[in-house]
Every structure is written in C-alpha cells, then in structure tokens.
Ligand binder design. Structure first.
Ligand SMILES: *Cc1c(COP(=O)(O)O)cnc(C)c1O
Length: 370
C-alpha cells in the first residue's frame, strides 16, 4: 500500500508478471523470449519489471526507442534491448555503438548502418523486417529476391534475424494462417542467402496464444505478461493480474434530490444521495469517455457507480450502498475486481491503451496482488 500522501497510485506486482512469463516459457520451452517492456512496461514501470524478468534470462527486452534502451542499459541490465520499430537516423549511431538489436526495412537504412558500422570497425547485427500484412514496416515479400543479394554485399552488416508482425491474430484466423505461410516462404528465401540466421520471430501475445509458426525461434509477448489475453484464445493457465489502479476518497457528502453532479450536469440526483469525491481524473489516464458509462469503482466490497463526467483530477461516485465510507478510503479503479478489459471496453478502446495511458502523476509502488 502506498503511503498516505497519495491520492491516486498504481500498484504493480513484478512477481505476477514473472508468473505470466513462466506461462509463455511453458508453452514454448524451446523458444527464445523477448518480453516487451516498451512504454514503461505498459505503464507498470520499466525498471521494476525488467529487473524481475532478467532473472528469467530473456533473449532481448523489446523496447520502442533508443531512450528506453538507454534506460535499461543505465540501470545495468545485461539483457540486450531490441528496438521494435524502424529507427530514425539520429538513433542509429548509438544503436551501433551499444550493439542494440534493431530491424531494417529499407536499403537506405541498411546502407546507413553499414556506413556507421564500418566507421567503427564493427560488424552490426540486424534483423530483417518483412511486411507480411501489417503495413507498418519491413521489406515487401516480393522485394526480397532483389534486395537479399545487395544486403549480402554489405560486409559490416550481419543479417541475424527475420521478423514480421500480425495485424489480426486476435481477429482473423484465416488471414493469419495465410500470413504465416507467406512468412515461412520468406524465411526460407532469406535462409538461402543467410543460412546462419539465428532469430526468427513474428508472434506477439495473440500470435503466441493462437498460432504456431514453424520456423520461429523467438516470441515477443507484451500484453499477456501484464495479465491480459488478447482476443478469444485462452492461455493454458490463468494469467495473474499485474496492476491495480487505486485512488482515495477525498470527501463524502449527502446531496439533496435534484442536484447536478459534475460538468454539464449530465447527472441529476433523483433522490437524496450519498456522493463520494475521489482524487483521480483524466489527467491520470482515467478516461473522460468513462463518464456516464455505468462503470463502477470498487470500494469497501461494493461496486459504486460513477456519476456524471470525469473531471481532470476528480470523479464522483454514488456510495449510497456503502454507509460506512469515509474520506481516506481507497477505491480500486482497475484490478482484480474491475478488470482492465472492462474499463477499456467502456472507454471505446483496448487494454494496451488504458495501461500505457496511465498518467505520470501516478506513483508506482510494488506489492503482491492476489
Ligand atoms: C508492442 C509489440 C509487441 C507486443 O505486443 P502485445 O500484443 O502487447 O503482446 C510485439 N511485437 C511488436 C513488433 C510490437 O510492436
């Protein structure tokens, strides 16, 4: 539990993340694992999570940019970071110097890395991204025939991996199976020129849970490590909840009938009502869209409906069912009683967005979540 000074905070359980990681491990005993810790480990705090997962000997840590990679390196973590998306030219020098993992999607990126590596008298390991349907990065499969021989001539580059990404692994099984077949063909083509390819990877959480990719040697779980299985595929063992969003009641009052609550007066009491004000708002990542959507917060064993609009720093809830509620009480907004999937649904978004949108104003504390 956070100290009494906090109005709203996030509790994180690195042990629960490690448990979820162990499920991936048991599903794929032979595979390398790249736990994805980008975006502050999906709002969980990158260092706490990375330090715990390093004990499981992952192959890489998946990150979004050089700043996240540097954060891991500065903390003394020895697992190499892997930068998932295309790298802007300003990041590349640092990537070569630090030998971080990264992808290439174009000849111009490859040539730039080749030049930088030559200047440093090094051989730079890169993973070839292939666009098998995501439309975000990578060479197109049809380009490989022309491009692979050119890459083979770049002596300071070592093509060490091939990667792709699924756009609909949690929505469209037929497309994803086609995509896997295409990827397999691409991997075979790359292997003809680069037979010593070490890393082949395409599955994020939904891919891990729903599909098998025969040539793959590495998987990239993100969301499932944080306790949520995307789509319909159920994990073989249940995932543990890794994060709780908590906030304190700051005031409890009795409002008379006919009284408006919050901006726009979209809620008017129809009878006298006990109303609690809670110290969290959209500036903390508690989405404004959640106002008036019937979502409750969990308080003293009861689910209390939110009233009216979410404001920047505060929300109001109906605590008529909780007679003993007082200022200082702690409400759960996300956690074991209020699943993040439900919050995301009601906010017209996805759990990834809710997790990564949790505000910087919220302190993170570590504890066991059961
Ligand atoms: C973010 C990301 C992942 C992790 O995805 P989840 O759906 O959270 O498991 C994997 N691979 C790439 C390329 C990503 O950008």
């Amino acid at each position: 539990m956070a100290d009494d000074n906090h109005r709203a905070w996030v509790e994180v359980d690195p042990e629960a993340v490690a448990h979820n990681y162990s499920i991936v491990r048991r599903m794929m005993p032979e595979s390398g694992i790249m736990p994805v810790v980008k975006a502050d480990a999906y709002g969980h705090g990158i260092l706490g999570i990375a330090r715990r997962l390093e004990q499981e000997h992952p192959t890489y840590f998946g990150v979004a940019n050089a700043a996240e990679a540097q954060c891991l390196a500065d903390a003394g973590l020895s697992t190499p970071p892997f930068i998932l998306g295309p790298t802007p030219p300003v990041e590349r020098d640092q990537i070569v110097v630090r030998s971080w993992g990264c992808t290439i999607s174009s000849v111009s990126e490859a040539e730039h890395f080749q030049r930088l590596a030559c200047e440093l008298h090094r051989v730079m390991s890169v993973h070839l991204a292939i666009d098998t349907g995501m439309g975000r990065e990578g060479f197109l499969p049809g380009e490989l025939g022309e491009i692979l021989p050119r890459l083979a001539e770049m002596e300071a580059l070592r093509i060490d991996g091939v990667m792709s990404h699924f756009p609909v692994a949690d929505e469209d099984e037929i497309f994803t199976h086609q995509q896997i077949r295409l990827f397999e063909d691409c991997v075979a083509e790359v292997k003809r020129i680069f037979p010593s390819l070490r890393y082949v990877h395409t599955a994020a959480s939904a891919g891990i849970l729903g599909f098998r990719v025969p040539s793959a040697t590495l998987v990239r779980p993100g969301l499932m490590l944080y306790g949520v299985a995307p789509g319909n595929a159920a994990p073989p063992e249940s995932l543990r909840t890794t994060l709780r969003l908590l906030a304190r009641v700051t005031l409890v009052r009795e409002l008379p009938a006919g009284h408006g609550v919050s901006y726009g007066r979209t809620f008017i009491t129809s009878q006298p009502m006990r109303v609690a004000t809670i110290g969290i708002g959209y500036a903390d990542g508690w989405r404004r869209q959640l106002g008036g959507r019937g979502l409750g917060v969990y308080l003293r064993g009861k689910v209390c409906p939110t009233l009216g609009r979410v404001t920047m720093d505060q929300i109001m809830v109906d605590v008529s069912a909780v007679p003993d509620v007082q200022s200082g009480d702690v409400a759960e907004l996300i956690g074991t009683h209020v699943p993040v999937e439900r919050v995301a649904n009601l906010a017209d978004t996805i759990p990834w967005d809710i997790f990564t949108g949790l505000g910087r104003r919220l302190p993170r504390t570590e504890c066991t979540i059961r």
